[in-house]
Design a protein around this ligand. Structure first.
Ligand SMILES: [Zn+2]
Length: 130
């Protein structure tokens, strides 16, 4: 399951990085609103938001009877300089663990071509009520 979250994060990495890098001034100053939240499996999301000078890795939950997810305190916010360091660490991880570097997210697996099986996946749909 960790492989799947890592794979989802790696696939969405360039978009997250572009949100951080290209409009860096926008993320910092709010000239152009940036509000990007990517699901990386189970209840975890990575987000970049104007006004918050960080990349936020955080677990979310669905309050009972609600339709909007909410953030928990479980997570970490990397400052933009720490994000640059994280990118270097990711290269080291990819080099040291090729299996992890080449992992594919579960939504690309054969069983996800069946809609019911895909909807049953807790990695992709963590807030579905059974
Ligand atoms: Zn899945």
């Amino acid at each position: 399951m960790l492989n799947c979250s890592w794979a989802q994060f790696r696939l969405g990495f360039s978009e997250i990085d572009s949100q951080v890098k290209l409009p860096l001034k926008d993320v910092r100053d709010g000239d152009q609103p940036v509000n990007n939240r990517q699901h990386i499996g189970r209840g975890f999301y990575v987000s970049v938001t104007t006004g918050f000078k960080c990349v936020d890795f955080r677990k979310f939950y669905m309050p009972y009877g609600q339709t909007e997810i909410r953030s928990t305190r479980k997570g970490i916010a990397l400052r933009l300089a720490e994000w640059d360091q994280m990118k270097k660490v990711m290269e080291l991880i990819d080099g040291a663990y090729p299996t992890l570097a080449n992992a594919l997210p579960c939504y690309l697996a054969y069983d996800h071509q069946n809609q019911l099986a895909a909807l049953d996946c807790r990695e992709c749909h963590p807030f579905t009520i059974e």
